[in-house]
Design a protein around this ligand. Structure first.
Ligand code: PEP
Length: 251
């Protein structure tokens, strides 16, 4: 039985005052929940704030990106070791906005995944197809290639210390959610891909669904056998919505 994980992705939203109010409300709501871990992934400047507010609590925190490099002349970049200085537990790797807006290839994403693990962070590896790819019947091929790039670079055993998030690009921030059956189909395929290489790793891997998860659809999604929680964008900015999603995962 895998524990569920609900991770919020604040994207480029937030501010000191709003963050504090949000995490205090979330913390109060998640404290009594069992069977679910909860994390929030914030913009870099707020990681110190989260460290000071959340250390020793039931709420984990993480970043939304990191450099594939360890250190050096990479202006504007942030390394895994720097995230570690702020006690991040998680870091998103390969979010579709990073892939599409910042040109991160499967190879770069795999390198970032390795950097995250080398720094002791748990990467949340995001994969997913575009609408055009789904309509062309390429969903499984695209997702499996994204996973395979990481297997080739880091080995299947690396997934023992990683989380995968299946996020169909057409469902992110659009209000259009994959049906629970569509999501389950891809989640099962991801698990099968890893199962062919290492049964134990595949069995214990948390595979999150992301893409317009809301209080109204969370329970059905999380009820599917291979959906182990969610990566939540817009709804993670509203404490009551995020908490309702966390409660759905805890049931
Ligand atoms: C995301 O940012 O990863 C995401 C899934 O966003 P939303 O929940 O808003 O679709």
């Amino acid at each position: 039985m895998r524990t569920k994980l609900v991770a919020g992705n604040w994207k480029m939203h937030g501010g000191l005052e709003a963050n504090e109010a949000l995490v205090r409300s979330v913390l109060a709501g998640v404290s009594g929940l069992t069977g679910v871990s909860v994390a929030v992934c914030a913009p870099f400047p707020y990681l110190a704030q989260l460290q000071s507010l959340l250390a020793g609590t039931a709420l984990s925190w993480g970043a939304q990106n990191l450099s594939e490099h360890v250190q050096g002349a990479f202006t504007g970049e942030v390394s895994g070791a720097m995230l570690n200085d702020f006690s991040c537990g998680y870091v998103l790797v390969g979010h579709s906005e990073r892939r599409s807006l910042y040109g991160e290839s499967d190879a770069v994403v795999a390198a970032k995944y390795v950097s995250a693990q080398s720094a002791g962070l748990v990467p949340i590896l995001c994969v997913g197809e575009t609408l055009a790819e789904r309509e062309a019947g390429q969903t499984m091929a695209v997702v499996s290639a994204q996973i395979d790039a990481v297997i080739q670079r880091a080995g299947v055993e690396s997934f023992a210390k990683a989380v995968v998030a299946y996020e169909p690009v057409w469902a992110i921030g659009t209000g259009r959610t994959a049906t629970s059956a569509q999501a389950q189909e891809v989640h099962a395929a991801i698990r099968a891909q890893l199962m062919a290489l290492d049964k134990n790793v595949a069995d214990s891997l948390q595979i999150l669904y992301g893409g317009s998860v809301k209080p109204g659809n969370a329970q059905e999604l999380f009820g599917m056998p291979d959906i182990d929680g969610g990566l939540i964008g817009g709804a993670s900015l509203v404490a009551e919505d995020f908490l309702a999603i966390c409660r759905a995962a805890a049931q």
